[in-house]
Design a protein around this ligand. Structure first.
Ligand code: SAH
Length: 236
């Protein structure tokens, strides 16, 4: 990989090391398994997945990508970590899910190769691991068709997010390995909204995603103070 790629090799290595446990619902990826039905339903309710062409940017082991393909979308998952992509591919093959492909390619490069090729772009829990998130947002805008949907989710940057997402999740509850998240890379909703506008995307909805680790329940709300999701559209 060249130095010009918008990726942090240490971040990619972290995800590669854990890749073999990606589909174990009790592993480090438990939170992703638990939030998946919620985000899948939300995306589907807005963009109507069946028959859509979707690219999932930073797909990892494919939890969301595979679930969108099962809903009837034709999905391409991209990531820059090799092992998670292999795990994703193997899981799709074993599960016999069709209309699901994976590629190791930077979002920015795919945007040049396939501009406007997708009805829907998803980019979940990924921007906070990237050196230049605004560049990913611009690539997502380039990948989507006019009138298409782009979805992001990430973690807010404030004292509460620090306590919940780092101290609570990594140190107290040990839901995530220590060092999973770096506070300075968290993104305020206002910052993400600005990057979306600068890229030419129009914000449609922002929702908070709350999680109770005791009951292991998660739900969408108006509280964006820790985890949140954003839905945008490219003007038709
Ligand atoms: N989006 C998936 C996985 C989230 S984990 C989900 O929500 O279920 C974060 C993922 O981002 C990892 O798979 C990691 O390899 C990927 N990632 C980190 N930096 C990246 C980059 N620059 N380009 C593409 N993927 C990246």
């Amino acid at each position: 990989m060249t130095a010009t790629v918008n990726a942090d090799p240490q971040e990619l290595a972290k995800f590669s090391e854990l890749a073999h446990r990606w589909w174990d619902p009790n592993s480090e990826f438990k939170p992703l398994h638990q939030i998946n039905p919620l985000r899948l339903d939300w995306i589907d309710s807005l963009a109507r997945l069946p028959g859509r062409r979707v690219v999932d940017v930073g797909c990892g082991g494919g939890i969301l990508a595979e679930s969108m393909a099962r809903r009837g979308a034709s999905v391409l998952g991209i990531d820059l970590a090799t092992k998670p992509l292999r795990v994703a591919q193997l899981h799709a093959m074993e599960a016999g899910v069709e209309q699901l492909q994976y590629r190791e390619v930077p979002a920015e490069a795919l945007a040049v190769e396939m501009p406007g090729a997708f009805d829907v772009v998803t980019c979940m829990e990924m921007l906070e691991h990237v050196p230049e998130p605004a560049s990913i947002v611009r690539a997502c805008h380039a990948l989507v068709k006019p009138g298409g949907w782009v979805f992001f989710s990430t973690i807010n940057r404030n004292a509460k997010a620090f306590v919940f997402a780092i101290v609570g999740a990594e140190h107290v509850l040990k839901l995530l390995p220590k060092g999973t998240h770096e506070y300075a890379r968290f993104i305020r909703p206002s910052e993400l909204a600005q990057w979306c506008r600068d890229a030419g995307l129009v914000l449609q909805q922002t929702r908070g995603m709350e999680y109770n680790p005791l009951t292991q329940r998660c739900w969408l709300s108006g509280d964006t103070s820790v985890n949140y999701l954003v839905a945008c559209r490219k003007p038709a």
